[in-house]
Ligand binder design. Structure first.
Ligand code: SAM
Length: 235
């Protein structure tokens, strides 16, 4: 990440505002991605509003719902949703090209079990998702914010973990993956300390067969990083 982006990361967080886990970069969008947002969000998009959402109304059926934070370009999201047609997926991302790309994938695959939100997932969880309502949460390769002075921007922190756990129904799961071992160690410590969660493994979990390799994972593996999965259950 360039120094320019880092300084933007600092400056977009005025004192009164919560520190955010993301920086929206003004990256170029392809015409196809722009079309994906313009047309796809009409079909698959949900608008943020600080009020509880009725998931069954949003999806037009009553089914288990998995929420994903930070789907990137959405390739993994589309693959998992294709493989699990009986589950609904609420996919949240702030990166506009990724939103366009996922919408295009949903159209191409004619998927009806995914809804897309372009908003800060922490606000969505806080205001729109009722307690005990999700069957699962996916957070794959969240930004590691490598530098010590940026560690506070990491998504996975004790407060967020309590919020995530509270939105899961009992028996639901929280599945995280990262290719940054110091972040994995932090995740393991924070998740293990949350009384509403129980580790499904003794420490790290094997990658479940239903999680395909993600773009960021491939990049990490090429750099020689080790990937860790964490799978916790709501008790
Ligand atoms: C490193 S990328 C990983 C993308 C994807 N999961 C993958 O593995 O290819 C992390 C993504 O999380 C998104 N993100 C970070 N914090 C977020 C938040 N609070 N709400 C929504 N998206 C967020 C970022 O915009 C970024 O695209």
């Amino acid at each position: 990440m360039s120094e320019l982006i880092e300084s933007a990361a600092e400056s977009d967080a005025p004192q009164h505002r919560r520190i955010r886990s993301f920086v929206v970069r003004a990256g170029r969008m392809s015409p196809k991605q722009i079309r994906g947002v313009d047309e796809g969000m009409l079909r698959f998009g949900l608008i943020y509003s600080p009020e509880p959402i009725h998931l069954s109304a949003a999806f037009g059926r009553s089914a288990p719902c998995v929420l994903e934070i930070g789907f990137g370009m959405g390739v993994t999201t589309a693959e998992i949703a294709t493989a699990q047609p009986d589950t609904d997926f609420l996919a949240i991302e702030v990166h506009p090209p990724g939103v366009g790309n996922l919408c295009n994938l949903l159209s191409e695959r004619q998927l009806s079990n995914v809804r897309v939100m372009q908003h800060d997932a922490v606000e969505v969880l806080t205001h729109m998702i009722a307690p005990n309502s999700l069957s699962g949460i996916h957070i794959y390769f969240p930004d590691p914010w490598h530098k010590k002075r940026h560690n506070k921007r990491r998504l996975v922190q004790p407060d967020l973990t309590t919020l995530l756990a509270s939105r899961l129904s009992v028996g639901g799961y929280l599945h995280l993956a990262t290719d940054w071992v110091p972040y994995a160690e932090h995740m393991l410590e924070v998740l293990s300390a949350e009384p509403m969660l129980k580790n499904s493994a003794s420490d790290y979990s094997a990658r479940p067969s239903w999680r395909p390799e993600t773009k960021f994972e491939r990049r990490g593996l090429k750099l020689g990083h080790e990937v860790r999965d964490l799978l916790f259950l709501r008790v």
